[in-house]
Design a binder for this molecule. Structure first.
Ligand SMILES: [Fe+2]
Ligand SMILES: [Fe+2]
Length: 340
């Protein structure tokens, strides 16, 4: 197994060996995408070491090599939604921008002083928090602390991977003015914003603190309300209508108790997972994908799958799923089995 090395070329090779590519690094030619039902799986070891080395040698921000510093799975962009991972080193701030896709993030680790900035408000970044910046809202991250901030992004890609409408604040004034501390949000976005065209984007940014998500999982458990296919599952509901987190994607958290195993189901939405606590496995069309804490993996659309907790304690997964978009478009289909 390669070490992460010291040069950009070393890092590219390390990432390629872990089926990852990095922003600001060469994306092509090193490793062919894997094929198969369990191909979309990336280990925390590769993600974490790749990010930490990127933090040392890839500069970020208006004068840097790249606007954001991230690693993403080579196979991830085959999917309509995906997760990647970002790191912001102490003192760094990313250039603010807005674009026509929904961006969301799940905090893995961050110092107390790190904040997510959206529409002139700051949001704390505690481990397990999910924060959203809906389409066409200005956003950036600012790590004012002394240790790296690492988070997982969940994107809906604007539902067209070939078009990226992206507006950055200018290089000589790259940051949003901060006007309020929002805490748990949501905040009102002042004046529904018009995109180039007629569509308006009235959805406010939102922070879902881990403490609230954890309390929801605990309540489900105390009520014995286990879903046969997903275990104790809670959705992070929209502040607008109580529905899915965003029009295109739902953030969900699920807890599997020790030795818990779910029944198989399949749906034509795509699910990306992050292993938040514990360890487990998902069987996809009979192929087994074993995950550890920190891993990212995906279950492709319309594949039979079930979950197992393979560790000695609870297992917690966070996920994004594009069932909201599929339902609205009238394409959503789900099948459920009552046995193995
Ligand atoms: Fe962004
Ligand atoms: Fe599922």
């Amino acid at each position: 197994m390669l070490d992460v090395g010291t040069t950009h070329e070393d890092l590219e090779r390390f990432l390629a060996e872990h089926h990852l590519v990095g922003a600001g690094l060469r994306r092509e030619g090193r490793t062919a995408p894997r094929e198969g039902n369990t191909a979309a799986h990336w280990s925390w070891e590769g993600i974490y070491k790749g990010l930490m080395q990127s933090g040392k040698i890839v500069t970020v921000g208006p004068s840097g090599m790249t606007g954001m510093r991230s690693v993403v799975g080579i196979e991830a962009r085959r999917f309509p939604i995906w997760m990647n991972a970002q790191i912001l080193m102490p003192g760094e701030r990313t250039q603010a921008h807005r674009n026509l896709r929904s961006e969301t993030r799940l905090v893995c680790q961050a110092p107390e002083e790190a904040v997510f900035v959206c529409e002139h408000a700051t949001y704390p970044m505690e481990r397990g928090d999910v924060v959203t910046n809906p389409a066409w809202t200005f956003h950036d991250h600012w790590n004012k602390g002394a240790t790296p901030a690492i988070w997982i992004d969940g994107y809906d890609n604007g539902y067209n991977p070939n078009v990226n409408i992206n507006e950055r604040l200018p290089d000589d004034a790259p940051y949003q003015e901060i006007k309020k501390e929002a805490g748990d949000g949501p905040i009102a976005v002042e004046g529904a914003r018009s995109a180039p065209g007629e569509t308006v984007f009235p959805i406010p940014p939102m922070r879902y603190p881990w403490a609230a998500t954890q309390a929801a999982l605990t309540a489900l458990r105390q009520a014995g309300a286990s879903d046969p296919y997903d275990g104790f599952l809670t959705m992070l509901a929209s502040p607008v209508d109580g529905g899915p987190t965003l029009p295109t994607i739902a953030w969900q958290a699920q807890l599997l108790e020790r030795k818990q195993r779910t029944f198989p189901h399949r749906h034509n939405s795509t699910t990306f997972y992050f292993g938040f606590e514990g360890e487990g496995a998902v069987a996809i069309e009979g192929e087994r994908l074993a995950w550890q804490q920190g891993d990212i993996f995906a279950v492709p659309a319309w594949k039979w799958h079930h979950h197992e907790n393979t560790g000695g304690g609870d297992a917690v997964l966070f996920s994004i799923d594009d069932w909201p978009a599929m339902k609205k478009l009238g394409f959503y289909l789900k099948e459920e089995a009552r046995g193995f």
